[in-house]
Design a protein around this ligand. Sequence first.
Ligand SMILES: Cc1cc2nc3c(=O)[nH]c(=O)nc-3n(C[C@H](O)[C@H](O)[C@H](O)COP(=O)(O)OP(=O)(O)OC[C@H]3O[C@@H](n4cnc5c(N)ncnc54)[C@H](O)[C@@H]3O)c2cc1C
Length: 465
Amino acid sequence: MTTEGTSLGETDVLIIGGGPTGLAAAVDALRHGLTVRIVERRAERAEYSKALVVHARTMEVFERLGCAEAVQGLGAKFRALHVHTMPGRARTRVDLIARRWGDTRYPHWLSVPQYEVERALERRLAAAGGALAWSTELVALAQRDDRVVATLRGPDGVERPHTAKWVLGCDGGRSTTRDLIHVAMKRTELGVTFALADVTTGSDLAGDEGHVVLADEGLLLIVPMPAPGVWRLIAQVDAATPALDAQGWAALVTRRSGFDLQVRSMGWSSRFALSSGVSETLRRGRVFLLGDAAHVHSPVGGQGLNTGVQDAHNLIWKLALVDRPELAAAQREPLLDSYATERHAAAEAMVRGTERMTRLLTGRRRVVFGALRRVAPLALRIERLKDMLGRGVGMLDLRTDGRPRLANPELERGVRLHDRITSLYPTRLRWNGEDLLVRPDLVVANPGELPHLAEVRVDHPGSAS
Ligand SMILES: Cc1cc2nc3c(=O)[nH]c(=O)nc-3n(C[C@H](O)[C@H](O)[C@H](O)COP(=O)(O)OP(=O)(O)OC[C@H]3O[C@@H](n4cnc5c(N)ncnc54)[C@H](O)[C@@H]3O)c2cc1C
Protein backbone atom coordinates (compact mmCIF):
# COMPACT_ATOMS: atom_id res chain seq x y z
CA MET A 1 0.00 0.00 0.00
CA THR A 2 1.52 3.32 -0.96
CA THR A 3 -1.21 5.91 -0.56
CA GLU A 4 -0.27 9.27 0.87
CA GLY A 5 -1.20 9.36 4.55
CA THR A 6 -1.49 12.28 6.93
CA SER A 7 1.61 14.34 7.61
CA LEU A 8 4.22 12.97 9.98
CA GLY A 9 4.79 16.48 11.26
CA GLU A 10 7.58 18.96 11.25
CA THR A 11 11.05 19.09 12.79
CA ASP A 12 14.14 21.24 12.50
CA VAL A 13 16.15 18.28 11.28
CA LEU A 14 15.20 15.10 9.45
CA ILE A 15 17.97 12.49 9.50
CA ILE A 16 17.94 9.70 6.97
CA GLY A 17 19.81 6.60 8.19
CA GLY A 18 20.38 5.12 11.64
CA GLY A 19 24.04 4.15 11.24
CA PRO A 20 26.77 5.75 13.36
CA THR A 21 26.71 9.02 11.40
CA GLY A 22 22.93 9.51 11.62
CA LEU A 23 22.80 8.55 15.29
CA ALA A 24 25.68 10.89 16.19
CA ALA A 25 23.96 13.71 14.28
CA ALA A 26 20.67 13.04 16.09
CA VAL A 27 22.25 13.06 19.55
CA ASP A 28 24.21 16.22 18.75
CA ALA A 29 21.13 17.98 17.34
CA LEU A 30 19.05 17.23 20.45
CA ARG A 31 21.87 18.54 22.62
CA HIS A 32 21.66 21.79 20.70
CA GLY A 33 17.91 22.03 21.31
CA LEU A 34 16.90 21.23 17.73
CA THR A 35 13.88 19.02 17.09
CA VAL A 36 14.80 15.81 15.31
CA ARG A 37 13.27 12.93 13.43
CA ILE A 38 15.60 10.07 12.49
CA VAL A 39 14.47 7.25 10.23
CA GLU A 40 16.05 3.94 9.29
CA ARG A 41 15.07 1.64 6.46
CA ARG A 42 16.02 -1.55 8.31
CA ALA A 43 13.66 -3.24 10.76
CA GLU A 44 16.35 -3.73 13.41
CA ARG A 45 20.02 -3.17 14.15
CA ALA A 46 22.37 -5.35 12.10
CA GLU A 47 24.82 -7.34 14.24
CA TYR A 48 27.71 -6.77 11.84
CA SER A 49 30.94 -5.67 13.43
CA LYS A 50 31.93 -3.58 10.34
CA ALA A 51 34.07 -0.63 11.49
CA LEU A 52 36.22 -1.81 14.36
CA VAL A 53 38.42 1.06 15.45
CA VAL A 54 37.36 4.27 17.15
CA HIS A 55 40.07 6.91 17.13
CA ALA A 56 41.03 9.59 19.67
CA ARG A 57 39.35 12.57 17.97
CA THR A 58 36.09 10.62 17.68
CA MET A 59 36.28 9.74 21.37
CA GLU A 60 36.54 13.47 22.05
CA VAL A 61 33.35 13.98 20.04
CA PHE A 62 31.67 11.14 21.93
CA GLU A 63 32.67 12.90 25.14
CA ARG A 64 30.70 15.94 23.95
CA LEU A 65 27.77 13.69 23.04
CA GLY A 66 27.87 12.07 26.48
CA CYS A 67 28.73 8.52 25.44
CA ALA A 68 32.54 8.34 25.60
CA GLU A 69 32.56 6.33 28.79
CA ALA A 70 29.97 3.90 27.46
CA VAL A 71 31.90 3.35 24.21
CA GLN A 72 35.18 3.02 26.10
CA GLY A 73 33.58 0.41 28.35
CA LEU A 74 32.48 -1.65 25.35
CA GLY A 75 35.89 -1.64 23.68
CA ALA A 76 39.46 -2.73 24.27
CA LYS A 77 42.61 -0.66 23.79
CA PHE A 78 45.08 -1.76 21.16
CA ARG A 79 48.44 -2.19 22.81
CA ALA A 80 50.58 -2.74 19.72
CA LEU A 81 50.73 -3.41 16.01
CA HIS A 82 53.10 -5.99 14.52
CA VAL A 83 54.17 -5.43 10.95
CA HIS A 84 55.33 -8.72 9.43
CA THR A 85 57.64 -7.76 6.60
CA MET A 86 59.01 -11.28 6.03
CA PRO A 87 56.22 -13.45 7.46
CA GLY A 88 57.57 -16.16 9.75
CA ARG A 89 61.02 -14.53 9.76
CA ALA A 90 60.92 -10.80 10.43
CA ARG A 91 58.44 -8.49 12.08
CA THR A 92 58.48 -5.11 13.82
CA ARG A 93 56.38 -4.37 16.89
CA VAL A 94 55.06 -0.82 17.23
CA ASP A 95 53.88 0.00 20.73
CA LEU A 96 50.76 2.13 20.21
CA ILE A 97 50.28 3.06 23.87
CA ALA A 98 53.87 4.40 24.07
CA ARG A 99 53.40 6.88 21.24
CA ARG A 100 53.72 10.59 22.04
CA TRP A 101 49.98 11.17 22.18
CA GLY A 102 50.18 14.57 23.83
CA ASP A 103 47.08 16.39 24.95
CA THR A 104 44.23 13.89 24.68
CA ARG A 105 42.25 12.01 27.26
CA TYR A 106 42.04 9.07 24.81
CA PRO A 107 45.64 8.14 23.96
CA HIS A 108 44.84 4.89 22.15
CA TRP A 109 43.09 3.10 19.33
CA LEU A 110 39.92 1.52 20.67
CA SER A 111 38.73 -1.77 19.22
CA VAL A 112 34.93 -1.81 19.39
CA PRO A 113 32.45 -3.31 16.91
CA GLN A 114 30.29 -0.83 15.03
CA TYR A 115 27.02 -2.22 16.37
CA GLU A 116 28.20 -1.54 19.93
CA VAL A 117 28.97 2.08 19.03
CA GLU A 118 25.52 2.35 17.41
CA ARG A 119 23.87 0.90 20.51
CA ALA A 120 25.70 3.33 22.80
CA LEU A 121 24.58 6.23 20.60
CA GLU A 122 21.03 4.91 20.51
CA ARG A 123 20.94 4.76 24.30
CA ARG A 124 22.14 8.38 24.40
CA LEU A 125 19.44 9.27 21.89
CA ALA A 126 16.78 7.69 24.09
CA ALA A 127 18.14 9.44 27.18
CA ALA A 128 17.86 12.76 25.34
CA GLY A 129 14.22 12.02 24.43
CA GLY A 130 14.78 10.87 20.84
CA ALA A 131 13.92 7.62 19.10
CA LEU A 132 14.94 5.94 15.88
CA ALA A 133 11.99 5.17 13.59
CA TRP A 134 12.76 1.70 12.19
CA SER A 135 11.34 0.32 8.93
CA THR A 136 10.92 3.86 7.65
CA GLU A 137 12.59 4.99 4.45
CA LEU A 138 13.04 8.13 2.46
CA VAL A 139 11.50 7.87 -1.00
CA ALA A 140 11.18 11.46 -2.25
CA LEU A 141 12.32 14.99 -1.47
CA ALA A 142 11.06 18.41 -2.54
CA GLN A 143 13.02 21.52 -1.58
CA ARG A 144 11.26 24.84 -0.98
CA ASP A 145 12.89 28.16 -0.01
CA ASP A 146 12.35 27.72 3.72
CA ARG A 147 11.93 23.95 4.18
CA VAL A 148 12.16 20.51 2.66
CA VAL A 149 9.23 18.16 2.28
CA ALA A 150 10.34 14.54 2.46
CA THR A 151 8.19 11.55 1.65
CA LEU A 152 8.75 8.70 4.08
CA ARG A 153 7.44 5.18 3.64
CA GLY A 154 6.62 3.70 7.05
CA PRO A 155 6.38 0.12 8.35
CA ASP A 156 2.76 -0.08 7.09
CA GLY A 157 3.91 0.75 3.56
CA VAL A 158 2.07 4.08 3.59
CA GLU A 159 3.92 7.14 2.28
CA ARG A 160 3.58 10.27 4.36
CA PRO A 161 5.12 13.72 4.09
CA HIS A 162 7.44 15.10 6.73
CA THR A 163 8.57 18.72 6.71
CA ALA A 164 11.97 19.77 8.00
CA LYS A 165 14.19 22.82 7.85
CA TRP A 166 17.17 20.62 7.11
CA VAL A 167 17.58 17.08 5.78
CA LEU A 168 20.73 15.13 6.57
CA GLY A 169 21.48 12.24 4.21
CA CYS A 170 23.31 9.77 6.46
CA ASP A 171 22.09 6.84 4.41
CA GLY A 172 25.34 5.17 3.48
CA GLY A 173 27.33 4.44 0.34
CA ARG A 174 24.24 3.84 -1.82
CA SER A 175 22.53 6.98 -0.52
CA THR A 176 18.99 7.59 -1.73
CA THR A 177 19.29 11.19 -0.49
CA ARG A 178 22.32 11.71 -2.74
CA ASP A 179 20.39 10.40 -5.75
CA LEU A 180 17.32 12.49 -4.96
CA ILE A 181 19.34 15.72 -4.92
CA HIS A 182 21.22 14.66 -8.07
CA VAL A 183 24.70 14.66 -6.60
CA ALA A 184 27.23 12.41 -8.32
CA MET A 185 29.89 10.32 -6.61
CA LYS A 186 32.62 9.26 -8.99
CA ARG A 187 34.22 6.06 -7.70
CA THR A 188 37.68 4.74 -8.37
CA GLU A 189 37.87 0.96 -8.44
CA LEU A 190 41.05 -0.05 -6.60
CA GLY A 191 41.19 -3.49 -8.25
CA VAL A 192 41.50 -5.20 -4.86
CA THR A 193 39.07 -7.61 -3.20
CA PHE A 194 39.01 -8.08 0.57
CA ALA A 195 37.41 -10.99 2.39
CA LEU A 196 36.74 -10.60 6.07
CA ALA A 197 35.52 -12.75 8.93
CA ASP A 198 35.11 -12.51 12.69
CA VAL A 199 36.48 -15.74 14.17
CA THR A 200 36.60 -17.26 17.64
CA THR A 201 39.90 -18.97 18.35
CA GLY A 202 41.81 -20.87 20.97
CA SER A 203 44.93 -18.91 20.08
CA ASP A 204 47.40 -17.66 22.68
CA LEU A 205 48.31 -14.57 20.59
CA ALA A 206 48.31 -11.43 22.78
CA GLY A 207 44.66 -10.43 22.65
CA ASP A 208 45.32 -6.69 22.45
CA GLU A 209 47.89 -6.59 19.66
CA GLY A 210 47.13 -6.47 15.93
CA HIS A 211 49.09 -7.83 12.96
CA VAL A 212 49.71 -6.50 9.46
CA VAL A 213 51.15 -9.33 7.38
CA LEU A 214 52.81 -8.50 4.05
CA ALA A 215 52.60 -11.99 2.58
CA ASP A 216 53.51 -13.01 -0.97
CA GLU A 217 49.96 -14.31 -1.34
CA GLY A 218 48.47 -10.93 -0.34
CA LEU A 219 47.86 -8.64 2.62
CA LEU A 220 46.45 -10.13 5.82
CA LEU A 221 45.23 -8.08 8.80
CA ILE A 222 44.60 -9.78 12.13
CA VAL A 223 42.71 -7.40 14.39
CA PRO A 224 41.80 -8.11 18.01
CA MET A 225 38.17 -7.66 19.01
CA PRO A 226 37.13 -6.87 22.59
CA ALA A 227 35.71 -10.34 23.38
CA PRO A 228 38.49 -12.75 24.48
CA GLY A 229 39.75 -15.01 21.69
CA VAL A 230 37.75 -13.20 18.98
CA TRP A 231 39.60 -11.74 16.00
CA ARG A 232 38.69 -9.90 12.82
CA LEU A 233 40.54 -11.31 9.83
CA ILE A 234 40.82 -9.23 6.68
CA ALA A 235 42.56 -10.76 3.70
CA GLN A 236 43.31 -9.57 0.21
CA VAL A 237 41.96 -12.34 -2.02
CA ASP A 238 41.57 -13.14 -5.66
CA ALA A 239 38.11 -12.01 -6.78
CA ALA A 240 37.46 -15.51 -8.15
CA THR A 241 38.35 -17.41 -4.92
CA PRO A 242 35.31 -19.07 -3.37
CA ALA A 243 34.10 -17.88 0.06
CA LEU A 244 36.11 -19.33 2.95
CA ASP A 245 34.73 -21.33 5.86
CA ALA A 246 36.39 -21.46 9.31
CA GLN A 247 38.89 -24.13 8.18
CA GLY A 248 39.66 -22.16 5.03
CA TRP A 249 40.43 -19.07 7.13
CA ALA A 250 42.61 -21.07 9.54
CA ALA A 251 44.62 -22.42 6.60
CA LEU A 252 44.96 -18.96 5.01
CA VAL A 253 46.24 -17.45 8.26
CA THR A 254 48.81 -20.22 8.72
CA ARG A 255 50.00 -19.99 5.10
CA ARG A 256 50.41 -16.22 5.22
CA SER A 257 51.64 -15.62 8.79
CA GLY A 258 52.82 -18.92 10.20
CA PHE A 259 50.33 -18.55 13.12
CA ASP A 260 48.10 -21.42 14.15
CA LEU A 261 45.06 -19.43 15.28
CA GLN A 262 43.06 -22.57 16.21
CA VAL A 263 39.92 -21.16 14.65
CA ARG A 264 36.91 -22.69 16.43
CA SER A 265 34.04 -20.91 14.77
CA MET A 266 33.26 -18.13 12.37
CA GLY A 267 30.74 -15.33 12.90
CA TRP A 268 30.04 -12.52 10.47
CA SER A 269 31.88 -12.72 7.18
CA SER A 270 31.81 -10.63 4.06
CA ARG A 271 33.70 -9.85 0.89
CA PHE A 272 33.91 -6.67 -1.13
CA ALA A 273 35.78 -5.12 -4.04
CA LEU A 274 37.37 -1.88 -2.87
CA SER A 275 36.33 1.39 -4.42
CA SER A 276 36.63 4.94 -3.20
CA GLY A 277 35.18 8.32 -3.96
CA VAL A 278 33.79 11.58 -2.61
CA SER A 279 30.42 13.13 -3.54
CA GLU A 280 30.87 16.10 -5.86
CA THR A 281 29.29 18.35 -3.23
CA LEU A 282 28.06 17.77 0.32
CA ARG A 283 25.28 20.37 0.22
CA ARG A 284 22.36 21.17 -2.04
CA GLY A 285 20.26 23.92 -0.48
CA ARG A 286 18.78 22.55 2.72
CA VAL A 287 20.02 19.00 2.18
CA PHE A 288 23.43 17.80 3.37
CA LEU A 289 25.37 14.59 2.83
CA LEU A 290 27.35 13.00 5.66
CA GLY A 291 29.27 9.80 6.37
CA ASP A 292 29.38 7.11 3.69
CA ALA A 293 26.77 9.05 1.70
CA ALA A 294 29.51 11.67 1.27
CA HIS A 295 32.61 9.48 0.98
CA VAL A 296 33.46 5.81 0.53
CA HIS A 297 36.91 4.33 0.81
CA SER A 298 39.13 1.42 1.70
CA PRO A 299 38.85 0.18 5.32
CA VAL A 300 42.66 0.34 5.69
CA GLY A 301 43.28 2.79 8.54
CA GLY A 302 39.76 2.39 9.95
CA GLN A 303 38.66 5.94 9.15
CA GLY A 304 35.07 5.43 7.87
CA LEU A 305 32.96 5.54 11.00
CA ASN A 306 35.28 8.14 12.52
CA THR A 307 34.98 10.52 9.58
CA GLY A 308 31.18 10.18 9.54
CA VAL A 309 30.85 11.07 13.21
CA GLN A 310 33.12 14.05 12.67
CA ASP A 311 31.04 15.19 9.68
CA ALA A 312 28.01 15.25 11.97
CA HIS A 313 29.83 17.18 14.66
CA ASN A 314 31.05 19.75 12.12
CA LEU A 315 27.51 20.39 10.81
CA ILE A 316 25.09 20.32 13.72
CA TRP A 317 26.28 23.42 15.60
CA LYS A 318 26.10 25.36 12.34
CA LEU A 319 22.43 24.39 11.90
CA ALA A 320 21.78 25.45 15.50
CA LEU A 321 23.54 28.80 15.03
CA VAL A 322 22.38 29.77 11.57
CA ASP A 323 18.98 31.22 12.53
CA ARG A 324 20.14 32.97 15.69
CA PRO A 325 19.83 36.77 15.65
CA GLU A 326 23.48 37.19 16.73
CA LEU A 327 24.61 35.88 13.33
CA ALA A 328 24.51 38.57 10.63
CA ALA A 329 22.35 37.68 7.63
CA ALA A 330 25.41 37.84 5.36
CA GLN A 331 27.16 35.20 7.44
CA ARG A 332 24.42 32.56 7.12
CA GLU A 333 25.09 31.08 3.71
CA PRO A 334 28.89 31.04 4.19
CA LEU A 335 28.40 29.23 7.52
CA LEU A 336 26.29 26.51 5.89
CA ASP A 337 28.64 26.29 2.92
CA SER A 338 31.57 25.89 5.27
CA TYR A 339 30.28 22.41 6.17
CA ALA A 340 30.56 21.38 2.53
CA THR A 341 33.98 22.91 1.94
CA GLU A 342 35.55 21.81 5.21
CA ARG A 343 34.28 18.25 5.13
CA HIS A 344 34.78 17.81 1.38
CA ALA A 345 38.45 18.69 1.88
CA ALA A 346 38.71 16.33 4.88
CA ALA A 347 37.02 13.53 2.90
CA GLU A 348 39.27 14.04 -0.15
CA ALA A 349 42.38 13.90 2.03
CA MET A 350 41.15 10.79 3.83
CA VAL A 351 40.07 9.02 0.64
CA ARG A 352 43.34 9.77 -1.19
CA GLY A 353 45.39 8.82 1.89
CA THR A 354 43.65 5.47 2.37
CA GLU A 355 43.84 4.85 -1.41
CA ARG A 356 47.63 5.39 -1.39
CA MET A 357 48.11 3.21 1.70
CA THR A 358 45.90 0.44 0.26
CA ARG A 359 47.73 0.43 -3.07
CA LEU A 360 51.07 0.30 -1.25
CA LEU A 361 50.07 -2.59 1.01
CA THR A 362 48.27 -4.60 -1.64
CA GLY A 363 50.42 -3.80 -4.70
CA ARG A 364 51.54 -6.96 -6.39
CA ARG A 365 54.39 -5.41 -8.38
CA ARG A 366 57.44 -7.32 -7.18
CA VAL A 367 59.87 -4.39 -7.23
CA VAL A 368 57.62 -2.08 -5.20
CA PHE A 369 56.57 -4.81 -2.78
CA GLY A 370 60.18 -5.90 -2.27
CA ALA A 371 61.18 -2.29 -1.56
CA LEU A 372 58.32 -1.92 0.92
CA ARG A 373 59.48 -5.01 2.80
CA ARG A 374 63.02 -3.69 3.00
CA VAL A 375 62.13 -0.11 3.91
CA ALA A 376 59.28 -0.73 6.39
CA PRO A 377 61.43 -2.11 9.26
CA LEU A 378 63.82 0.86 8.94
CA ALA A 379 60.98 3.37 8.72
CA LEU A 380 59.32 1.84 11.76
CA ARG A 381 62.40 2.68 13.83
CA ILE A 382 61.81 6.39 13.30
CA GLU A 383 59.95 7.72 16.33
CA ARG A 384 58.27 10.57 14.42
CA LEU A 385 56.90 8.15 11.84
CA LYS A 386 55.64 5.79 14.52
CA ASP A 387 53.98 8.75 16.23
CA MET A 388 51.92 9.20 13.07
CA LEU A 389 50.15 6.02 14.13
CA GLY A 390 49.15 7.83 17.33
CA ARG A 391 48.12 11.46 16.87
CA GLY A 392 48.12 11.23 13.06
CA VAL A 393 45.80 8.26 12.62
CA GLY A 394 43.91 9.47 15.73
CA MET A 395 43.07 12.64 13.70
CA LEU A 396 44.17 14.92 16.55
CA ASP A 397 46.34 17.06 14.29
CA LEU A 398 43.87 17.12 11.42
CA ARG A 399 43.22 20.76 10.55
CA THR A 400 39.84 22.08 9.49
CA ASP A 401 40.30 24.50 6.61
CA GLY A 402 43.76 25.23 8.01
CA ARG A 403 42.61 25.73 11.59
CA PRO A 404 43.79 23.46 14.40
CA ARG A 405 41.82 21.65 17.07
CA LEU A 406 42.00 23.53 20.36
CA ALA A 407 44.81 22.07 22.48
CA ASN A 408 43.57 20.12 25.47
CA PRO A 409 46.17 20.23 28.24
CA GLU A 410 45.34 18.96 31.69
CA LEU A 411 44.61 21.94 33.97
CA GLU A 412 44.36 19.96 37.16
CA ARG A 413 43.95 16.29 37.88
CA GLY A 414 41.13 15.00 35.67
CA VAL A 415 40.22 18.44 34.26
CA ARG A 416 41.25 19.50 30.78
CA LEU A 417 40.89 22.72 28.83
CA HIS A 418 38.08 21.31 26.65
CA ASP A 419 36.04 20.73 29.82
CA ARG A 420 35.96 24.49 30.34
CA ILE A 421 34.48 25.27 26.92
CA THR A 422 30.74 25.08 26.36
CA SER A 423 30.21 22.78 23.46
CA LEU A 424 27.08 24.57 22.28
CA TYR A 425 28.21 28.03 21.19
CA PRO A 426 31.23 29.74 19.68
CA THR A 427 33.22 30.81 22.73
CA ARG A 428 35.70 33.57 23.30
CA LEU A 429 38.51 31.97 25.25
CA ARG A 430 41.11 34.00 27.05
CA TRP A 431 43.81 31.48 27.55
CA ASN A 432 47.01 32.53 29.27
CA GLY A 433 46.83 36.03 27.78
CA GLU A 434 45.82 34.81 24.30
CA ASP A 435 42.44 35.73 22.88
CA LEU A 436 40.93 32.83 20.90
CA LEU A 437 37.59 32.11 19.25
CA VAL A 438 36.67 28.45 19.73
CA ARG A 439 33.92 26.76 17.74
CA PRO A 440 31.60 24.24 19.39
CA ASP A 441 33.49 21.47 17.56
CA LEU A 442 36.62 22.71 19.35
CA VAL A 443 38.24 24.05 16.21
CA VAL A 444 40.02 27.38 16.70
CA ALA A 445 38.34 29.94 14.43
CA ASN A 446 39.61 33.28 13.18
CA PRO A 447 38.73 36.16 15.54
CA GLY A 448 35.59 37.96 14.35
CA GLU A 449 34.63 35.13 11.99
CA LEU A 450 31.62 34.26 14.15
CA PRO A 451 29.79 36.00 16.98
CA HIS A 452 30.76 34.51 20.32
CA LEU A 453 27.88 33.57 22.58
CA ALA A 454 29.95 32.52 25.57
CA GLU A 455 33.12 33.75 27.19
CA VAL A 456 35.64 31.85 29.31
CA ARG A 457 38.89 32.84 30.92
CA VAL A 458 41.44 30.21 31.84
CA ASP A 459 44.76 31.14 33.42
CA HIS A 460 47.07 28.24 33.70
CA PRO A 461 50.81 28.11 33.90
CA GLY A 462 51.07 25.00 31.68
CA SER A 463 51.64 25.34 27.96
CA ALA A 464 48.78 24.79 25.52
CA SER A 465 50.31 21.82 23.81
C1 LIG B 1 31.72 -5.14 5.12
C2 LIG B 1 32.16 -3.81 5.69
C3 LIG B 1 33.30 -3.73 6.49
C4 LIG B 1 33.73 -2.52 6.99
N1 LIG B 1 34.85 -2.43 7.77
C5 LIG B 1 35.27 -1.24 8.22
C6 LIG B 1 36.41 -1.09 9.05
O1 LIG B 1 37.05 -2.09 9.40
N2 LIG B 1 36.76 0.16 9.46
C7 LIG B 1 36.05 1.29 9.10
O2 LIG B 1 36.36 2.42 9.51
N3 LIG B 1 34.98 1.18 8.32
C8 LIG B 1 34.58 -0.04 7.89
N4 LIG B 1 33.48 -0.12 7.13
C9 LIG B 1 32.82 1.12 6.78
C10 LIG B 1 31.95 1.62 7.91
O3 LIG B 1 31.12 0.58 8.31
C11 LIG B 1 31.20 2.84 7.40
O4 LIG B 1 32.14 3.86 7.09
C12 LIG B 1 30.18 3.34 8.40
O5 LIG B 1 29.16 2.39 8.58
C13 LIG B 1 29.54 4.62 7.88
O6 LIG B 1 28.47 4.96 8.69
P1 LIG B 1 27.22 5.73 8.09
O7 LIG B 1 26.31 5.94 9.27
O8 LIG B 1 27.68 6.90 7.32
O9 LIG B 1 26.56 4.73 7.04
P2 LIG B 1 25.91 3.30 7.29
O10 LIG B 1 26.51 2.63 8.44
O11 LIG B 1 25.93 2.62 5.96
O12 LIG B 1 24.41 3.64 7.68
C14 LIG B 1 23.47 4.10 6.72
C15 LIG B 1 22.08 3.65 7.15
O13 LIG B 1 21.12 4.27 6.31
C16 LIG B 1 20.08 3.34 6.06
N5 LIG B 1 19.39 3.75 4.82
C17 LIG B 1 19.83 3.62 3.55
N6 LIG B 1 18.94 4.15 2.69
C18 LIG B 1 17.90 4.62 3.45
C19 LIG B 1 16.68 5.27 3.14
N7 LIG B 1 16.32 5.57 1.87
N8 LIG B 1 15.84 5.60 4.15
C20 LIG B 1 16.18 5.31 5.44
N9 LIG B 1 17.33 4.69 5.78
C21 LIG B 1 18.19 4.36 4.80
C22 LIG B 1 20.80 2.01 5.94
O14 LIG B 1 19.92 0.92 6.19
C23 LIG B 1 21.89 2.14 7.00
O15 LIG B 1 21.51 1.58 8.24
C24 LIG B 1 33.01 -1.35 6.66
C25 LIG B 1 31.85 -1.43 5.89
C26 LIG B 1 31.42 -2.66 5.40
C27 LIG B 1 30.16 -2.73 4.56
